[in-house]
Design a binder for this molecule. Structure first.
Ligand code: PMP
Length: 437
């Protein structure tokens, strides 16, 4: 494995002249780990190749979109076949019906669905629909959860349920734009109960949105009992419960996180896997809510490229592949093959790390024995993670360049690649810890 990345460095410089930070999405900049970002030129299965010809085992998988690995031949074939007949019409196609039916079959809480192009559009539109349906203004999100970059989601630190005026302006926009968002600590029963006990606020709550298994502060699942309380409180109050399953949908189980928790949300947002590696996302739920959308209802929502035929075709193929018998059992076996030996070492040696995983998404946290909320996720060992990332990169293993993210195992990862990764991680963890003793 070569560590040489001269051409990538030069290209990053060229990109930086014309694109802010040289990237079209900030986390790609590798700022948190202090290295020059990767410049990708090719992917095949679980492998990724950079501009300098270096090969990496990829655990980012386009941030979870690539359930079947890079350039899966069946997915590529349907994209090619579809492209030959035209790339976009701005008119409905039979492919939209096919993908809608496939999603509805796997996620029965969705009776009707609308396709959009990005996860941000899906969550943004779901919130608009919830406001239109309930006639209420406030939305609740949880600290550390990411729902895309619409203004009203850009709020980070938990401000406390009742502190409406004090919601902190965050992430570069003035406070007024997040005034109608309440940000609560995740997995905190008291905060939830306090919120719904407040009569004035309660009557204004249009929706609660959450990642049922958070992936954007690293993998942090919701506590089951807490989740059921949340479902009860929202249902009793006429507040819509929106599951943002952009990351967990078809990832943690065929039926998403909702199937694992046994919860029926009012609306679900999907992205990543549903587009098979192309730009597609969706939101859907009960027909009575979805039918409030234009043209049937007054809630406006639209998109030039929504339901794009290439993305629909790739999504249909991706869902068809994961619907095969034994698919999730096999994927979980693969994930365990990576996770188990590392976890064994951590336990045996009482190392200051932990792995949290659900299905085929996982995070190796540095400097914590457990992470249950955003506050704990902020207190991790950033330097330790940076060291781990750099060492792995030099060994030809690419993990997401931020600790508060999920690693993704795909069906394309081979036993050999998973074993090699586990060995490399174990070697790095051992050497750091023994050096420190
Ligand atoms: N919701 C969740 C849970 C996500 O993980 C993401 C993206 N990582 C989004 C929404 C936003 O999706 P997109 O980047 O496609 O806009």
């Amino acid at each position: 494995m070569s560590e040489i990345r001269f051409q990538s460095i030069a290209m990053h410089k060229a990109l930086s002249k014309v694109i802010p930070g040289g990237v079209n999405s900030p986390v790609r900049s590798c700022k948190a780990v202090g290295v020059c970002p990767l410049i990708a030129v090719k992917g095949s299965g679980a492998l990724l190749y950079d501009l300098d010809g270096n090969e990496y085992i990829d655990y980012c998988g386009s941030w979870g979109a690539l359930m079947h690995g890079h350039a899966h031949p069946d997915v590529i074939q349907v994209i090619k076949d579809t492209a030959e007949r035209g790339t976009s019409f701005g008119i409905s196609t039979p492919l939209e019906e096919q993908l809608a039916a496939a999603v509805i079959k796997l996620m029965p809480s969705i009776q009707k669905i609308r396709f959009v192009s990005t996860g941000t559009e899906a969550t943004m539109s779901a919130v608009r629909l919830a406001r239109g349906f309930t006639g209420r203004d406030l939305i609740v999100k949880f600290d550390g959860h990411y729902h895309g970059h619409a203004d009203f989601f850009l709020i980070q630190a938990g401000s406390g349920a009742l502190d409406l005026e004090g919601t902190p302006a965050s992430q570069g926009i003035p406070k007024e734009f997040v005034k109608n968002t309440i940000c609560l600590p995740f997995n905190d029963l008291e905060a939830l109960q306090q919120l719904f006990a407040h009569e004035e606020i309660r009557e204004r709550l249009a929706a609660v949105i959450l990642e049922p298994i958070a992936g954007n502060m690293g993998v942090v699942p919701a506590d089951k009992a807490w989740m059921h309380v949340l479902r009860d409180l929202t249902a009793k109050n006429g507040t819509l419960l929106i599951f943002d399953e952009v990351m967990t949908g078809f990832r943690v189980a065929k039926g998403g996180a909702q199937s694992l928790y046994g919860i029926v949300p009012d609306l679900t947002c999907l992205g990543k896997i549903v587009g098979g590696g192309l730009p597609a996302a969706a939101f859907g739920g009960r027909a009575e809510i979805m039918d409030r959308l234009a043209p049937l209802g007054p809630v406006y929502q639209a998109g030039t490229l929504s339901g794009n035929p290439l993305a629909m075709a790739a999504g249909i193929k991706a869902l068809e592949l994961l619907d095969a018998p034994g698919f999730y059992e096999e994927l979980e076996k693969k994930t365990k093959r990576l996770v188990d030996p590392i976890q064994k070492l951590i336990a045996q040696e009482s190392l200051p790390y932990c792995i949290q995983s659900v299905g085929s998404m996982l995070t190796l946290f540095v400097g914590a024995s457990q992470v249950t909320n955003a506050q704990e996720a902020r207190g991790l060992d950033a330097e330790g993670f940076s060291h781990l990332f750099q060492k792995l990169l030099n060994l030809g293993i690419y993990i997401p360049p931020l600790q508060q993210e999920a690693w993704f195992v795909s069906m394309a990862h081979t036993g050999e690649q998973l074993d090699r990764t586990a060995e490399c991680v174990i070697e790095i963890l051992s050497s750091v810890c023994y050096a420190g003793r």
